[in-house]
Design a protein around this ligand. Structure first.
Ligand SMILES: *Cc1c(COP(=O)(O)O)cnc(C)c1O
Length: 432
């Protein structure tokens, strides 16, 4: 496989963008490679400018549940574009997507659309602070909630890869209003609430963490968060920007049967367009302007292209189709585990819904420390060989892989065969 044109393009991009990219993880820093420059995608496949084809398990980091260039989604966008791209005024398209989401997410009575997951979590936290009149936010180390100042306190995702605990530019006085505890650690939660529970506006959590690799929360952990926030009248925010419509036909709140006060959504709900949302109980949502005194706005919020792409995506598959893909992925993950055993690599392959991770670890991964303790060197070797053979996995062990409903059993079998080749090559190199 040659990457001649991508290498050239990346050199040029480095003169245009910091690190050559518009979002850090795209730079392939964790694996020290040149990222392929993409010129197209169709279904489960991605094509780069050197004419290489990949089976794509990144899917734009989650949104493309119907794969690339789904014909219904593309058609809905084109049809809408002909009638106008944005109006900055109310449309029926917004109510259509809102209805679809409120039907699926029982905890959401009212919703507000924004343009990115970052905006959704930032706004949900402002709402929580405005509604409760309390200053503190509790989050969990390794969970990623976008790049707003509040959250860049021992953040996961891209920053984890760069192994830096914080971001420059976030004032200490602001950062100290965010408390960060280890994921799945119930006694730590109990003790922080003992100390300052009355001042905690909200607990925000990825109920299925996807930004330190895939780590589904222990059910007892989420049950405890629900109970303790109720006891102290703090709000519980489920950040389902990634897990929503991915870890389950609905989301983690459906899977675990726990109702948060507020939910943030993104990724899948825009069908590949920049759409995100936050929503929850009417009583809380009514605190937002113009009804209430918590300000939040957006020139392109609820833009018609995003609304129709999202609604078309949601209407294009049913639970049965979703579950078929879940079953395919389950078999695939089992196959990966078996192959790892066969070639004597210690690997964990957690999966949930249409999400999965491959951790090079001998023990189950439960929190950020476990994730960081995984063998990054083995991961890098594995990733590099897979990419070279046309498999596009997430380029960092701190990111999650996805399948779309377009990934066939054959695609997964092909991938499994390549995994076997790669394990076998690695074994030879390691002098088995
Ligand atoms: C991706 C993600 C975000 C941020 O969304 P952007 O659209 O990238 O700003 C927030 N929370 C979670 C859980 C995410 O996975």
């Amino acid at each position: 496989m040659n990457h001649y044109k991508s290498k050239q393009a990346f050199e040029e991009a480095k003169g245009l963008f910091p690190g050559g990219v518009n979002s850090p993880v795209r730079a392939f820093n964790a694996v020290e490679l040149t990222p392929p420059f993409i010129k197209g995608g169709k279904g489960a496949y991605l094509y780069d400018i050197d004419d290489n084809r990949y089976i794509d398990f990144v899917l734009s980091w989650g949104p493309l549940i119907l794969g690339h260039g789904d014909s219904n989604v593309v058609e809905s966008i084109c049809q809408q574009a002909q009638k106008g791209v944005t109006y900055g005024a109310p449309t029926l398209m917004e109510s259509d997507l809102a209805n679809l989401l409120c039907q699926r997410f029982k905890s959401i009575d009212k919703i507000r659309f924004v343009n990115s997951g970052t905006e959704a979590t930032m706004s949900a936290v402002r709402l929580a602070r405005g509604y409760t009149h309390r200053p503190y936010i509790l989050k969990f180390t390794g969970c990623y909630h976008g790049h707003a100042d509040t959250f860049l306190v021992k953040a996961g995702s891209g920053i984890a890869t760069f192994d830096s605990a914080d971001s420059a530019g976030v004032p200490e006085s602001y950062a100290k209003l965010t408390l960060s505890l280890p994921y799945n650690d119930r006694s730590a939660v109990e003790s922080i609430f003992d100390q300052i529970g009355e001042q905690i506006a909200a607990v925000i959590v990825e109920p299925v963490a996807g930004n330190m690799g895939l780590i589904p929360a222990d059910k007892e952990f989420l049950v405890q968060l629900r109970a303790i926030t109720e006891r102290y009248q703090s709000l519980l925010i489920f950040d389902e920007v990634m897990s929503g419509l991915r870890c389950d036909f609905v989301g983690a709140q459906n899977y675990y049967e726990i109702e948060p006060d507020l939910t943030t959504l993104g990724k899948v709900i825009g069908g590949g367009m920049p759409v995100a949302a936050y929503g929850g109980k009417s009583k809380i949502m009514n605190a937002i302007a113009p009804l209430g005194d918590v300000y939040q706005a957006g020139t392109l919020s609820g833009n018609p292209l995003g609304m129709v792409a999202g609604a078309t995506t949601l209407m294009s598959y049913d639970e049965e189709q979703f579950e078929r893909s879940v079953a395919l992925l389950e078999d695939f993950c089992q196959t990966i585990s078996n192959l790892a055993d066969q070639y004597q690599y210690e690997v964990q392959v957690p999966h949930m819904g249409t999400m999965f991770s491959i951790f090079f670890s001998s023990k189950p991964v439960k929190n950020f420390d476990d994730s960081k303790a995984c063998d990054q060197v083995l991961f890098k070797r594995f990733f590099t060989k897979m990419l070279e053979k046309g498999i596009y996995f997430a380029s960092s062990q701190f990111e999650t892989n996805f399948i779309s409903l377009k990934h066939t059993q054959e695609d997964l079998q092909t991938t499994a065969q390549i995994i076997e080749q790669v394990f076998s090559e690695m074994r030879l190199e390691d002098g088995a």
